[in-house]
Design a protein around this ligand. Structure first.
Ligand code: SAM
Ligand code: SF4
Length: 449
């Protein structure tokens, strides 16, 4: 059936293939700012148009890292970038970027039926801005970037954007992941794999098409299953895309699906992660609707007493288990009952360009405003990004040789100082049940989960 497979997959060897790299990586010292223009446009349900497979490398200089940090693998890098290290010595090498506020579903636990008020397009980060910030964070030791939203697959230029971020592998990026509801994913998977996609977290809260419609207030179950099957098929051919299913469990709604999800792993090599229902603005959270990890574990153990713990990876937010003999695994994300703040290595950038150091904290700083200072506060498209960088290069070259700075340009320095300040203010741990539900926070869709 090879003739049906996408080009990216046909080229792969069956076992332990190298990660799929975009051809024509930018040369060292060059930036990945975008070929595609920028601002978010309304996208009708499941109708984002096809996108070109590749974008050519772009001749922008990369934000310069300190020579001691630049281009060295994170775990070898001591000391880790001070800008990304907080006052509890946590090193943040994982960046989650929300690339849209829009979504083609209306999951009840995530947002109200009528949706959420959206930011004006000019407030959202453009593709060159996202690429620029990605490069800046990678220059500081970020090794994993996840694109999320809203629903990231409905951003028209997601594939070119992924190509640009994917090209940061040559600068130390190791993982490029996406969190998606899977509705539109199957149509873009092959080009995403070609861009360097290494992991997909796919949200699926039920295996029943009718229940799907109740929980998401939309149709689309079969499209999601198509995406799951497609990833598994690609993986059988060696694509090596790490697949996890995210399942938010709500009492009285879908807890009876826990066992069928566990049993999915009998034949399929997937990890299903049961997520404790969390409170966000507008999602009508109530303690009684939340199933704790212990309760879910108890339900599974009743049917599968042999369930065994699997060693979790460093910085894992999930507690992982397996039923002996099953191909798949299960995990629990226990944000409500057992926080994992001690090993938190995550930073988030919202679609409107705010850096958020904690999912549950409402402290945010605007990277967008600082970045746009050099463009009279206006969104930076590709041409503007090039012009800004040229001004910076000219300014540097005009300085006498011994006065030329070795490290960052002025804008990078300012951004890094702002990032460093926000990271240093990160709290030791977030609030727990009893406090969280009373705190002001964005709706989940505007944070990027
Ligand atoms: N639209 C994409 C998706 O659904 O995967 C990405 C954005 S979504 C906000 C990211 C993740 O947050 C999803 O896995 C979703 O299940 C999870 N999520 C949203 N609201 C939640 C809540 N109240 N409690 C727990 N997880 C939630
Ligand atoms: Fe959309 Fe994801 Fe929120 Fe569901 S969880 S409404 S798919 S953003």
């Amino acid at each position: 059936m090879d003739f049906l497979l996408p080009r990216a997959i046909c080229r792969l060897k069956p076992a332990n293939p190298p990660r799929i790299l975009p051809r024509g990586l930018p040369k060292q010292g060059r930036c990945i700012a975008s070929a595609a223009t920028a601002t978010q446009q309304p996208v009708p349900f499941d109708e984002a148009p096809p996108v070109p497979l590749r974008t050519p490398p772009h001749p922008h200089p990369l934000p310069q890292a300190h020579p001691a940090i630049h281009n060295r693998p994170l775990k070898d890098t001591r000391p880790f970038s001070d800008f990304l290290t907080d006052s509890f010595s946590r090193q943040h090498d994982y960046l989650r970027i929300s690339i849209t506020e829009r979504c083609n579903l209306r999951c009840t636990y995530c947002m109200p039926e009528e949706g959420v008020p959206l930011s004006p397009a000019s407030h959202l980060l453009t593709t060159p801005e996202i690429s620029y910030l990605s490069a800046l964070f990678v220059s500081q030791g970020v090794t994993k970037i996840r694109l999320t939203g809203g629903e990231p697959t409905i951003r028209r230029d997601i594939v070119p954007l992924m190509h640009e971020i994917g090209s940061l592998r040559s600068k130390g990026l190791k993982e490029l992941c996406i969190t998606t509801n899977g509705i539109a994913l199957h149509r873009k998977l092959d080009s995403m794999a070609e861009a360097g996609l290494t992991g997909v977290n796919l949200s699926l809260d039920t295996l029943d098409p009718f229940q799907f419609q109740i929980m998401t207030r939309r149709q689309g179950f079969s499209a999601v299953i198509r995406s799951v099957d497609r990833i598994l098929e690609m993986n059988r051919l060696g694509a090596g895309i790490r697949l996890k299913l995210n399942c938010v469990v709500m009492r009285g709604i879908n807890e009876r699906e826990i066992i069928p999800f566990v049993e999915m792993g009998q034949e399929k090599d997937v990890e299903v992660r049961f997520i404790e229902y969390m409170p966000f603005d507008g999602n009508k959270w109530a303690k009684g609707k939340m199933l704790s990890y212990k309760e879910m574990l108890g339900m599974i153990r009743e049917k599968y007493p042999g369930l065994e713990k699997v060693r979790d990876e460093m910085n894992d937010t999930s507690k992982t288990f397996r039923v002996p003999g099953f191909k798949g695994r299960i995990g629990f994300i226990t944000s409500m009952t057992h926080n994992f703040c001690g090993s938190c290595n995550r930073l988030r950038i919202t679609s409107d360009g705010n850096l958020k150091v904690c999912l549950f904290g409402n402290a945010e700083v605007s990277l967008r405003d600082l970045l746009r200072k050099g463009n009279n506060g206006q969104p930076i498209d590709e041409d503007a990004m090039e012009a800004i960088k040229q001004v910076e290069m000219d300014r540097r070259q005009a300085l006498p040789g011994d006065a030329q700075p070795l490290g960052y340009g002025e804008r990078e320095r300012e951004l890094l100082e702002l990032i460093g300040m926000a990271v240093k203010r990160k709290k030791e741990k977030h609030a727990g049940i009893g406090e969280l539900e009373n705190m002001k926070n964005r709706p989940m869709i505007l944070i990027g989960g």
